[in-house]
Design a protein. Structure first.
Ligand code: GTP
Length: 453
């Protein structure tokens, strides 16, 4: 994309892009388009037979045997703290349960240490005995109730905003707005993953009427915020639960580790607080620990969880969950799915099958298909949207882990390119760290404007 970008001066004077030498820094290398990946061996996930399901109730009295299936024997699972069957407000994030294949990318990891999206392939848990370890609960930096959303958002997005802010301050302190400065700004915006069209638009807005004049970093930040807000405004749309649909079916999709299961937990908590009857379906039958993770969330928020053993047919489970939810007068059914990479043809076909089977039960379902995107993958999120849109008909986005990256600008690029509704954003592992997406707050946070709106 960046290769075709005409320089700022060229655009200003209508020169052709090819005549401009392209500085190496213009290519958003770190967040570049993913390279073609070799086809992985068959996972066997498609051949899995259906198996009897279990519904966990939300009772804290759930028998131990149910809480810890055979494959997790010996695992030191974290006890569920602050369980409130009435859908109270559990603050402790649920630890992600890991297998021996290693830990997941952590928000506190250096960018360079993080596994590439390619390295996030589904763990071959079906081919060997998983060894499950409990991950210690992530530390909470401060009591959540003392920090409002604006504070958590700005703190979470600090890495994105400070890298942009540093560029802006460096570029505009006692410097005139000439073509070189504007070119550097445009490059900085592209490096921050905002995407070429948005970077060009913002740079043009900043230069309008100010060419060859001095402009303060504060002015630049404020124009940046207002342009970003313009791009985001149309996609900042709340997730509407249509009460006429009963159950309202939400299918969660995304690559593994993106935060689907955690997001289901956080959303369930919100729905429960709205007085809705919620049910969860552990459709991530690929990863044993994901089933456990969902059961823990179910207990926490007071929502029954329909689960089968690892390796069971996810489409069959989704169908059963629909029946169960209908019979129980459930308001919202959230269906988890296995994390999958775009190039996993078998797993993508499985996802198509889940959607087909759901439609057999209710032609209008799923009523929302939410793609969970991990902000730390940067530009790779673009191809994830394209593929999941084709396979599952994504209706909205949830972006997680904005706290773990300097690449929060990717949300702006996604908004500009796809125009899909962004319902929620996540800036941490805690249940309170997921909130409805608002364009103005996000734009100010990204531009490093500290004022509380
Ligand atoms: N820092 C941070 N971590 C998050 C956020 N959302 C989720 N996580 C963490 O990301 C990790 C992966 O989350 P999961 O919910 O297990 O991801 P998943 O998409 O269900 O993964 P699979 O089951 O492998 O498909 C967990 O450790 C979560 O606590 C977020 O907004 N910020």
């Amino acid at each position: 994309m960046a290769e075709n970008k005409p320089g700022f001066f060229s655009r200003l004077f209508g020169r052709k892009a090819e005549t401009q030498p392209e500085p190496a820094s213009q290519t958003p290398q770190a967040g570049g388009e993913p390279e073609a990946m070799p086809s992985p061996p068959a996972t066997g996930a498609d051949d899995l037979a259906a198996a009897p399901s279990t519904v966990t109730t939300a009772s804290p009295d759930t028998p131990e045997a149910r809480k810890t299936p055979a494959e997790l024997a010996g695992a030191d699972l974290q006890p569920v703290e602050t369980v409130d069957p009435e859908g109270g407000n559990p603050r402790e994030p649920i630890p992600r349960i890991e297998t021996e294949s290693g830990p997941e990318p952590r928000p506190d990891m250096a960018e360079a240490d993080k596994p590439t999206p390619e390295a996030l392939e589904p763990e071959p848990v079906l081919e060997r005995e998983p060894v499950v370890e409990a991950r210690p609960a992530p530390e909470m930096t401060a009591p959540a109730e003392k920090r409002g959303w604006w504070q958590r958002l700005t703190e979470g997005m600090r890495r994105t905003s400070s890298s942009l802010s540093e560029s802006v301050t460096g570029l505009f302190t006692k410097r005139k707005l000439d073509d070189a400065t504007l070119q550097d700004l445009e490059d900085a915006l592209i490096q921050a993953d905002l995407g070429v069209p948005t970077a060009m638009r913002i740079t043009e807005a900043i230069s309008a009427g100010r060419y060859n004049k001095e402009i303060s970093p504060q002015e630049v930040r404020s124009i940046l915020a207002s342009e970003v807000e313009k791009t985001l405004q149309p996609v900042a749309r709340a997730l509407q639960i249509d009460r006429a649909k009963k159950p309202f079916v939400i299918l969660m999709v995304g690559v593994n580790g993106a935060g689907k299961t955690t997001t289901i937990g956080k959303l369930s908590q919100k729905f429960r607080q709205q007085g809705l009857k919620v049910m969860l379906a552990a459709g991530d039958t690929f990863r044993a620990a994901a089933i456990e993770q969902l059961k823990v969330w179910g207990e926490r928020v007071g929502a029954p969880v329909l689960a089968r053993e690892q390796g069971a047919d996810a489409a069959g489970l989704a169908f059963d969950a629909l029946q169960e939810a209908k019979a129980n007068d459930t308001d919202v059914l959230l269906i988890d799915t296995a994390g999958r990479l775009q190039n996993k043809a078998g797993l993508m076909a499985e996802l198509e099958k889940i959607v087909r089977v759901i439609k057999k039960f209710d032609e209008s379902a799923p009523h929302a298909t939410l793609l969970v995107l991990d902000a730390t993958v940067g530009q790779n999120a673009m191809s994830q949207v394209e593929l999941f849109q084709k396979v599952a008909g994504v209706t909205g986005l949830v972006m997680t882990k904005l706290d773990g990256t300097a690449r929060g600008g990717i949300l702006v690029a996604l908004a500009a390119k796809f125009g899909l509704p962004v319902h929620f954003i996540g800036v941490g592992e805690g249940v309170e760290d997921l909130e409805p997406f608002t364009a103005g707050d996000f734009a100010k946070a990204i531009a490093g404007i500290e004022a509380n709106p």
